[in-house]
Design a protein around this ligand. Structure first.
Ligand SMILES: [Zn+2]
Length: 249
């Protein structure tokens, strides 16, 4: 009997020729990125990021996040960047512009509005966010006020600060409309989701290995896959073939 490991190894050999691309492949995905460089969590090199984007662009439609639940003939991919790290500006944005690829950047409201200092010195400044927000390819969303976990320990006031005040703080500071939300650490509960659903058009969760989206998906807990991996693993993570055969790594 052929084991999953054998199938997976065979798949990796076959995938060199991208044979599985010829099979039905139409479930949409959202990809989560953090650092594109060495300034933070889940870092990948700009060179790898460029290879990923060029590959995704060649095979799929890279779409704005707000269109990710729409069905279409071609599989859609949305790109998201958490925390608002400076490497987005220096390393990711040039590649997104080069390939005309839209993306959403989730920023921390308290830092953007100046209520909290950026102790890490790795986050984009308000001025930099103002500049990127003028690019029609870029959407800016909220990643709460203080980047804290939205779990049971949150009382109503604290939850309101993280969910609602962060939206208003970002909108006021940058002069944009904020429609999208990202739960820090993939932590949320019923109360948090309810508050988010009342104030945002959609919300994304943390990045796992497999996460497929269609028009039945809950718009306020859209799953993502983590882009901090090599190109081969990313190809498998976004492939429906991988999903059908449940080859979870
Ligand atoms: Zn984060």
């Amino acid at each position: 009997m052929i084991g999953k490991r054998t199938i997976r190894t065979s798949l990796q050999i076959l995938s060199a020729a991208d044979l599985y691309q010829r099979l039905p492949d139409n479930h949409n995905n959202i990809i989560m990125y953090h650092a594109i460089g060495n300034d933070g969590y889940d870092a990948i090199t700009p060179k790898l990021f460029k290879r990923q984007i060029y590959w995704l662009k060649k095979h799929y439609e890279i779409t704005p996040l707000n269109r990710i639940t729409e069905p279409g003939k071609k599989k859609k991919i949305a790109l998201t960047f958490d925390d608002g790290l400076t490497s987005f500006l220096t390393n990711a944005l040039p590649i997104l512009r080069e390939t005309n690829s839209p993306a959403t950047v989730f920023v921390i409201g308290g830092v953007v509005c100046g209520r909290h200092a950026d102790k890490s010195n790795r986050l984009m400044t308000k001025q930099q966010l103002l500049e990127i927000s003028r690019d029609p390819l870029i959407e800016i969303g909220s990643h709460t006020m203080t980047h804290s976990r939205l779990t049971e320990s949150q009382n109503y006031h604290k939850l309101k600060t993280e969910v609602i005040d962060s939206l208003m703080a970002i909108e006021d500071a940058i002069g944009i409309t904020v429609d999208s939300f990202c739960y820090p650490f993939n932590c949320f509960n019923k109360e948090a989701r309810e508050m988010v659903s009342a104030h945002y058009k959609l919300a994304v969760c943390g990045g796992g290995h497999q996460a497929f989206i269609n028009n039945d998906s809950d718009p306020w807990s859209l799953p993502r896959i983590n882009g901090a991996t090599n190109l081969m693993a990313l190809k498998l993570r976004v492939s429906d073939f991988y999903k059908h055969y449940n080859l979870v790594t």
